[in-house]
Design a protein around this ligand. Sequence first.
Ligand SMILES: Nc1ncnc2c1ncn2[C@@H]1O[C@H](COP(=O)(O)OP(=O)(O)OP(=O)(O)O)[C@@H](O)[C@H]1O
Ligand SMILES: CC(=O)N[C@H]1[C@@H]2OC[C@@H](O2)[C@@H](O)[C@@H]1O[C@H](C)C(=O)O
Length: 367
Amino acid sequence: MLKPGAVWALGTMSGTSLDGVDAALLKTDGEAILAFGDSAYRPYAASERAVLRAALGHWPGEAGVEEAAEVVETAHAALMASLAAKADLAGFHGQTLAHDPRGRGTHQAGDGAVLAEILNLPVVWDFRSSDVELGGQGAPLAPFYHFACAKWIGATDPVAFLNLGGVGNLTWLDPAMPAPESPGACLAFDTGPANAPIDDLLRARMGAERDEGGALARSGRVEAAILDRLQDQSYFRKMPPKSLDRQDFHWLLEAVADLCDSDAAATLTAAAATSVVLGTEHFPKPVSRLLVTGGGRHNPVMMEMIAAGMDCPVDPVEAVGLDGDMLEAQAFAHLAVRVARGLPTSCPGTTGVAAAVGGGRISRPAR
Ligand SMILES: Nc1ncnc2c1ncn2[C@@H]1O[C@H](COP(=O)(O)OP(=O)(O)OP(=O)(O)O)[C@@H](O)[C@H]1O
Ligand SMILES: CC(=O)N[C@H]1[C@@H]2OC[C@@H](O2)[C@@H](O)[C@@H]1O[C@H](C)C(=O)O
């Protein structure tokens, strides 16, 4: 049993951009943030990333999945070992390889039971399956942590958190509500493609990892016809909650195939920003500010394009004292404590699940 009160949890995230693993310590009782602890990052080596990439879109038992799980477990074990001494438990998200909530389900590679043995620590994992089984999207799951962040920063009016990872996701929330699962407290959903298509473009055309600082996009021209086609996608009109697989907007890469490098980068960057702005039309009430987390906030061109479509301030979460590189890892620390305490991790407003539900499995070391 977890000791009562606030505990130190070690959360990890290996996101859809496949860049590496984030790990962060957070002191929480599952409701409030009590303290932030150390954090660490381990990039995937090019060879590891190739194994993960080869398994994208694959389901358990299919080609390359076992190899991918091994890469995920090895990378996490090494990184988590450096921070585990201070932790009472861990939250392990794993690597999403495929996500099809109304079809085959959702698939995160990596076995939390293996990590529990290696780290000699209770590990909460498989956060998304039960939400999907109960009719939810299984994503996004960070919103309950966004709610705790909003309380931590002392927000009193509705605010929104935007994560610009491989895929984008938005959380609208009203911090005046008592809990994240209170009716009307949170509305969350994936916005559309964010960095994944840009990274894929840069890798295919120039062997680069990303459009550093948005430099390539800055020098290009946005192809309006492709943005028009994007805006016509039915996904944007679908009422939230809703979620996406990393590959769902893959057609964008084919659409920019005939453009020069800079125009292609500018167009994909505008596609990410347009998806966000279209997403904000689903907000139940206007927000006082949009706080941005995830790697895309390091891309000033994407940030400027989003700000141009919004009528509230758009700032990186650092503006309110949060760490945008570690916020998702912290989220899975927070959610791990919620699971251990029997608190819900998603609700109708965040994943579309029929009622508030606590996902996640707990694996305890045998010793
Ligand atoms: N300095 C930078 N300039 C431009 N882009 C950047 C920069 N730093 C990070 N990025 C982008 O952010 C991405 C990583 O973002 P992040 O780590 O938030 O994604 P993730 O957590 O893997 O994804 P998700 O949230 O979808 O699971 C990189 O792949 C890159 O495209
Ligand atoms: C299925 C899955 O792994 N989804 C990720 C992905 O990356 C961003 C977006 O799509 C979000 O829905 C989710 O991650 C964050 C951490 C979440 O669950 O809140």
